[in-house]
Design a protein around this ligand. Sequence first.
Ligand SMILES: *[C@@H]1O[C@H](CO)[C@@H](O)[C@H](O)[C@H]1NC(C)=O
Ligand SMILES: *[C@@H]1O[C@H](CO)[C@@H](O)[C@H](O)[C@H]1NC(C)=O
Ligand SMILES: *[C@@H]1O[C@H](CO)[C@@H](O)[C@H](O)[C@H]1NC(C)=O
Ligand SMILES: *[C@@H]1O[C@H](CO)[C@@H](O)[C@H](O)[C@H]1NC(C)=O
Ligand SMILES: *[C@@H]1O[C@H](CO)[C@@H](O)[C@H](O)[C@H]1NC(C)=O
Ligand SMILES: *[C@@H]1O[C@H](CO)[C@@H](O)[C@H](O)[C@H]1NC(C)=O
Ligand SMILES: *[C@@H]1O[C@H](CO)[C@@H](O)[C@H](O)[C@H]1NC(C)=O
Ligand SMILES: *[C@@H]1O[C@H](CO)[C@@H](O)[C@H](O)[C@H]1NC(C)=O
Ligand SMILES: *[C@@H]1O[C@H](CO)[C@@H](O)[C@H](O)[C@H]1NC(C)=O
Ligand SMILES: *[C@@H]1O[C@H](CO)[C@@H](O)[C@H](O)[C@H]1NC(C)=O
Length: 497
Amino acid sequence: MQGLSVVFLVALVSLSSTTAQTTLSVPFRRSFKLSPNSSTLALELPAHNNAYSLTIAVCGAVLPLPRFFVSNGTSVLPGPSGAPGSQGGQELNLDQGLIDYHTLTPDGGTLAIWPSTGARANWTLDVAVSETGPVHQRMSQLPLLGDTSSSRAILFSPPFLPPNFTEPKYPNYTFQPAIPNIPSPPSVPPAPNTSLLLFPTANANETVWLTNSACALASKLGGTLATTATRTILRDSDGWRTQWFIDGLSPSTNYTAYVIEDGAKVSGPSYLLTKSGSFPCPLVHSLPYCPMVSYPVPLPAPPNGATSYTDSNLPQSVRDAVVSSLSNFTSSLKTFACGRDWYSPLQTCTGCQAAYRKWVCSIVFPRCGEPIPDDALGVPASTLTTQLAFNDPNANQPPADPLPQAALSPRAADAPPRSPFLPSINAAYNELLPCIETCQAVDRSCPPLLKWKCPVVGVNANVSYGLGFIDSWDGTMEKGGKPGVPQDEFGRIWCNA
Ligand SMILES: *[C@@H]1O[C@H](CO)[C@@H](O)[C@H](O)[C@H]1NC(C)=O
Ligand SMILES: *[C@@H]1O[C@H](CO)[C@@H](O)[C@H](O)[C@H]1NC(C)=O
Ligand SMILES: *[C@@H]1O[C@H](CO)[C@@H](O)[C@H](O)[C@H]1NC(C)=O
Ligand SMILES: *[C@@H]1O[C@H](CO)[C@@H](O)[C@H](O)[C@H]1NC(C)=O
Ligand SMILES: *[C@@H]1O[C@H](CO)[C@@H](O)[C@H](O)[C@H]1NC(C)=O
Ligand SMILES: *[C@@H]1O[C@H](CO)[C@@H](O)[C@H](O)[C@H]1NC(C)=O
Ligand SMILES: *[C@@H]1O[C@H](CO)[C@@H](O)[C@H](O)[C@H]1NC(C)=O
Ligand SMILES: *[C@@H]1O[C@H](CO)[C@@H](O)[C@H](O)[C@H]1NC(C)=O
Ligand SMILES: *[C@@H]1O[C@H](CO)[C@@H](O)[C@H](O)[C@H]1NC(C)=O
Ligand SMILES: *[C@@H]1O[C@H](CO)[C@@H](O)[C@H](O)[C@H]1NC(C)=O
């Protein structure tokens, strides 16, 4: 509710003549308080020649909720039929705490908010008008889980502001250096002001149902839970994301995450499951040369009581291994005619370098994992329907078989380190194998003369890679694997992508 003036409205509406107390403009945003004891609140809609979105968020479950009516007239008070002073109009219904109304009122109109009797507190309403899409909305993109340890988690907001990238051209074909030049993050605005709401899923009881309303979520759940090391990062080409590092979570607990942008847009829920109390691997994140690494890695506890590894406390030898390997690869890539004779109309040297970067990072930084709990491997009915419709239009019976278990490979405490670049941790753990698509992406996007080879499916590929999770097992059907993604919004992680 930052920056919004709160207006206490005085009852001015008489039975026969209506005086609109506030005129909404385009754009407009303000928070109103309404008492159950006051009379109807009438707001004048703008006389505006373009279509606009009127959005109203109810900021708390004060029941019964008020009712909302609109009309195209400025001299009538729209409202429930039979109510004194009411003259028709259209009722706008709340959907999980939010009204999203797209309209055109060249001659103006009236928005009337009718208090409901019986409420024990005042309502707070966040009202906005915008020509450029609804201010308040439930976004379709979800918060993204990096990964968890037993008491910590890394989460990302949905992407915003995609980066501007221009493919370099021959003869001046410049590659990203091994440690890329990362542009400075966009300021707020244009970047949204994001906040994270995280709470144990078990606490999401009947009080948490106004989930389309950012202000209701924020007030009900009491804001963020112990967030530190928040930064804005360019994780991939989707765009900038806010990254949160959260400490102080309980082991083996399912958490629910919502992200709120500018106090108005809601994204979520995504779920995440913390690892068990004996999980030995610390989280590694915020490495400029490996932007996708935001997961637990088999390393000893970070030095000096740090809660995680970042570029600043990672052993220099590990960093050198990545940088040297990327530099060597880029040098050989440079011998190809990048930007001139394309070896494929769809692929570029930049894409090849990016695919290799992702692969080499997944090899230098193996990922620790834990089995997905059996009861989380059942398929929710809604997912099933879409999956079936996609795979087999004729099937209408849900298949009985559950989702597969994660691609885990047990590593004994006395085994040599999985990555030759990492020190030993002297603890047993399960490695979450890289998805084979990470290897195949290098094969697909790099010049054939590089002679890249991924292990062959059916021979021993499943010893070092997760197979059949993203693409079908034999690689013939893109996204045809089970479940078709490396991880999902329910906190299940199948392979390291
Ligand atoms: C107001 O007028 C617009 C445009 O004529 C129309 O689309 C809309 O349905 C009207 N709204 C009401 C509440 O009558
Ligand atoms: C409404 O008025 C009644 C009686 O005057 C009072 O007891 C009650 O607290 C008021 N409600 C609110 C929300 O102010
Ligand atoms: C509701 O708002 C009115 C002013 O409009 C105020 O007098 C009253 O105390 C408020 N009631 C509650 C329960 O906050
Ligand atoms: C990309 O370029 C456009 C136009 O130059 C600019 O408005 C936009 O902010 C840029 N985006 C980023 C993420 O820098
Ligand atoms: C090549 O491109 C880089 C960055 O794109 C630029 O800084 C440099 O001046 C260019 N060199 C030539 C010779 O055009
Ligand atoms: C973002 O929102 C928070 C909480 O609403 C506020 O404290 C902070 O000042 C805002 N930051 C910016 C840059 O607007
Ligand atoms: C509902 O959730 C709140 C916190 O969000 C918690 O304090 C309360 O105990 C929960 N109630 C039930 C019945 O679970
Ligand atoms: C990169 O090339 C140098 C020189 O050929 C070699 O010494 C080094 O081992 C290579 N690095 C990797 C990671 O292969
Ligand atoms: C976490 O809870 C959600 C909601 O109950 C559920 O759908 C999901 O499967 C759970 N995740 C795990 C990994 O148990
Ligand atoms: C790998 O695949 C082979 C044959 O396809 C199978 O016998 C073996 O059990 C699999 N290993 C693992 C670890 O899944």
